[in-house]
Design a protein around this ligand. Structure first.
Ligand SMILES: [Zn+2]
Length: 310
């Protein structure tokens, strides 16, 4: 009987232990499942982040590719622009009034001081025919030369100039303007007088003076007279006419035509563009056989240099 009780107790204990073990294992398994579930969720999150990162990386790579393309395009454009600048500054492509950098012209400086004949129907002929050039019995088209040259403007920039001169003084004029350029002498602008054409030669001359333009050839009589000016032959040049006016004596003192010249009638202003006896402008023209109108007594033509041919 006692044995039976003991057996029953053992069995009960065993069953209890078994339950306990089962309960513990259930708790452990439940915990493990939760952990597993958390792990799975975390894994999914990590995978999702990896996917996002991959997509971001792909986008960045694409952007990088686009940037590289853009940089290549910019470099190509820059190269093209440099080539264009080079083309634009070559002697064949320069236009009067164009501003050039010294580095662009330094190597072939002489080539910018050029001369060529004017042919009927060419571009220069079209600009001057019926304007500064009139059909006449004194000056033939073949007597004239179209010059390009460089000068420093009033901002001290290098500017392209143009001028029509008589073939007989072509080399002198090129020599003069090369020397003036080398001395960085400032001239406001040098355009053909036809750029200021008003309908007749005299008032065109006046318009060019108002613009302070330096010029040479203009088929016209002398100022206030009937015989041909040396400008009509292309052998007289007016330099910076605003600072160097044409003046004449009147009963009330000196007279002049252009109000913009008023501050320069008195020649002692010290302005660097006022031509004075023996300065670099005056002495350079004289060196090539030109005479200065500033030495005349009445009228006095401070802007005027001429080499009489006829
Ligand atoms: Zn003159």
């Amino acid at each position: 009987m006692r044995k039976k009780k003991i057996g029953t107790a053992v069995i009960s204990i065993c069953i209890c232990a078994l339950f306990l073990v089962v309960a513990i294992m259930s708790v452990v398994l439940l915990g493990f499942r939760e952990k597993l579930s958390e792990f799975e969720t975390e894994k999914e999150n990590v995978l999702l982040q990896c996917q996002i990162l991959q997509e971001n990386m792909k986008t960045l790579q694409e952007q990088n590719g686009n940037l590289e393309t853009q940089i290549a395009q910019i470099l190509e454009n820059q190269k093209q622009q440099e080539q264009n600048v080079h083309l634009d500054t070559s002697i064949e492509n320069i236009a009067p009034g164009q501003i050039l950098a010294y580095e662009d012209v330094a190597e072939n400086l002489d080539s910018y001081f050029s001369s060529r004949q004017i042919q009927e129907g060419d571009e220069i002929y079209s600009r001057i025919y019926g304007k500064s050039y009139q059909e006449n019995g004194n000056v033939a088209l073949s007597d004239l030369r179209y010059l390009t040259l460089l000068h420093y403007n009033f901002n001290h920039e290098i500017q392209v100039g143009e001028m029509i001169v008589n073939a007989a003084v072509e080399q002198d004029v090129l020599g003069i303007f090369k020397e003036l350029f080398a001395n960085e002498y400032e001239i406001q602008s040098i355009f053909l007088i036809d750029n200021y054409w008003t309908g007749d030669a005299d008032s065109t001359d006046s318009a060019s003076i108002e613009a302070n333009n330096t010029s040479c050839f203009n088929y016209r009589p002398v100022t206030g007279g009937y015989h041909l000016s040396n400008h009509a032959y292309g052998c007289a040049i007016d330099i910076n006419p605003q600072q160097n006016p044409y003046i004449w004596m009147t009963d009330n003192g000196w007279g002049w035509s252009h109000d913009n010249a008023t501050p320069y009638v008195d020649r002692s202003s010290g302005d660097p563009h006022v031509i004075t006896d023996g300065d670099i402008c005056c002495s350079t023209f004289e060196k090539y056989g030109f005479q200065w109108g500033g030495y005349w007594s009445n009228p006095i033509d401070y802007q005027h240099f001429e080499k009489a041919l006829y």
